[in-house]
Design a protein around this ligand. Structure first.
Ligand code: PEP
Length: 248
């Protein structure tokens, strides 16, 4: 049985004052059936980890460098994130792939670095609107999956987030059928590459305009094990409803 996962990606949002939202969220879900992960900006990882030391929320980061240390001004290593209290890290988010030209190979190296530091990697993959219109979605997803995920993947150290780029922050979502098709495809590819044991244990998240209104139906799609949630994770009231949907 794969435990459902609600992961919130705060992106470049949140000052220390926002930690009160985390306290409200934690109080509303003292013992959630689903795992709850919040990925604040790096500046809040340490303080959020402190706030969450005695509750059920786990902390993640939004990116890490592929190297352990060195001359990389402005970058943060996986080990530093773990040292600050993170247990997860998102790698390969489409905003980073687009803005910083992160390639599948870089994403794979980041996931490897995350594992070396004891973090779990949430590897993001997803097609652009153009690629979907050209009926290339599965080719794109298959290619990203093969090249972004390292060979040492397990159900413990890896989570895949399917995030169609055109659905992120737009209010648009694929049909449930389309989400199901992609998630089934990812599952099949994972089973083929890693065997049924690992392939069936890796959790697959849907991400892209998930909100309290659509979470329940999305989470019912087979092979959807949770959500990676951007905008709707910033307010405890919204994210709380998504967690409740995942709790079933
Ligand atoms: C994201 O950026 O990971 C995301 C899913 O954003 P949103 O929920 O705001 O579409």
């Amino acid at each position: 049985m794969r435990r459902k996962l609600a992961a919130g990606n705060w992106k470049m949002n949140g000052l220390r004052s926002a930690l009160s939202e985390v306290e409200i969220l934690a109080a509303a879900h003292p013992a959630p059936k689903a795992e709850v992960v919040l990925c604040p900006p790096a500046t809040l990882v340490r303080s959020m980890a402190r706030v969450c030391a005695d509750n059920c929320i786990t902390i993640g980061a939004q990116d890490c460098h592929q190297n352990q240390s060195g001359a990389h001004t402005g970058d943060i290593s996986a080990e530093m994130l773990a040292d600050a209290g993170a247990e997860y890290v998102i790698v390969g988010h489409s905003e980073r792939r687009e803005t910083y030209g992160e390639t599948d190979e870089m994403v794979r190296r980041k996931a490897t670095a995350a594992w070396a530091a004891g973090l779990r990697a949430i590897v993001c993959i997803g097609e652009s609107g153009e690629e979907r219109h050209a009926a290339n979605t599965l080719d794109i997803i298959g290619g990203q999956l093969a090249a972004s995920v390292p060979d040492a993947a397990t159900g413990e150290n890896l989570v895949i987030a399917y995030e169609p780029i055109w659905a992120i922050g737009t209010g648009l979502t694929p049909t449930l059928g389309d989400i199901g098709e992609v998630h089934d495809f990812i599952r099949a590819r994972l089973e083929r590459r890693f065997g049924n044991g690992v392939g069936r244990s890796v959790r697959l998240l849907y991400g892209g305009s998930m909100n309290p209104g659509n979470a329940t139906e999305i989470i019912r799609v087979p092979n959807v094990d949770g959500g990676l949630v951007g905008g709707a994770s910033l307010k405890a009231a919204d994210f709380s409803k998504i967690i409740a949907a995942l709790n079933g």
